[in-house]
Design a protein around this ligand. Sequence first.
Ligand code: PMM
Length: 336
Amino acid sequence: MTMQVDRNVQRPVLRGLPDALTGLDRCLVMGVLNVTPDSFSDGGAFLGAEAAVAHGLAMVAEGADLVDVGGESTRPGAQRTDAEQETRRVLPVLRSLTDAGVPVSIDTMRASTAAAAVDAGACLVNDVSGGLADEAMARTVADLGVPFVAMHWRGHSVDMDTRAVYDDVVTEVVTELESRLAALTAQGLDIDRIVIDPGLGFAKQGLHNWSLLARLDALQALGRPVLLGASRKGFLGTLLADDSGDPRPADRRADATTALTAVLAARGAWGVRVHDVAGSADAVRVVAALDAAGSPARDAAGSPARDAAGNAARDAAGIPAREAVRGAARDVGNPA
Ligand code: PMM
């Protein structure tokens, strides 16, 4: 596979994240932690707080940069979870993870849940409705001062598939996200604290998802960091269907998810939201190392800039200095 790392992509500023995340000059990996009985690919697996916390910590050990905790399923056809049940599911998990030093985001459409989660230590609010489901969300998050993920959304999961109607999905999603950005900032949210997300699978058919993935540049033209949640979603199952046309089951879509992570990271995605962290965590480090090693600074032969670029590649990949030197020496002698 030939991979082009697009070095022209400038990462937009995102304010309000903990320094440990802001300092990572690469695509972030957000591990999915659904504390729900019915999410589409992992529903029920982590409903107990103890199992959920253990899974969150395991994802961090595998290389997740932050853990996205959600207590309400948004699978197609899902009914709403009430606010009390949602907070009862997420808060204990969130507290344990933040106590352990894990950066956590809260996946919620409710302002009250967002506020309680930030109070319990969450550092980002991820709202699949982009602030549309709860009119108090934008002002609440503005007051909380944390970054906000505004996902493209056309309505609740119960009937969202009927809204998957587009003449030109890329133009319409970009235009709808643009109006969202205008509405959110009019309600007091700082533009520099907003991340956008095309909402793969939310009022989107298979081809809509592929079109949006193919045109990440059109989303990036809005000037905000882009998060993508392709992990294990149905369009990957359809792509990888068996000979009789049965979709590949959700728990066997990890490699396809990792492949997408590599491509999206190389194209400058701000982050990927994934269930299977290990592959994506490796992929973003590989892309960062390639990116740093190929940066123009490295071309100045013999100059200190070359060392700086080498260090950047090593740091991005998380490789200690001596190992990097040994690895490079080995690679020179062994082109295989
Ligand atoms: N997808 C799901 C839930 N939350 N958040 C963002 N920002 N983007 C997504 O694509 C997204 C999300 C649904 O997937 P899940 O049931 O596996 O969590």
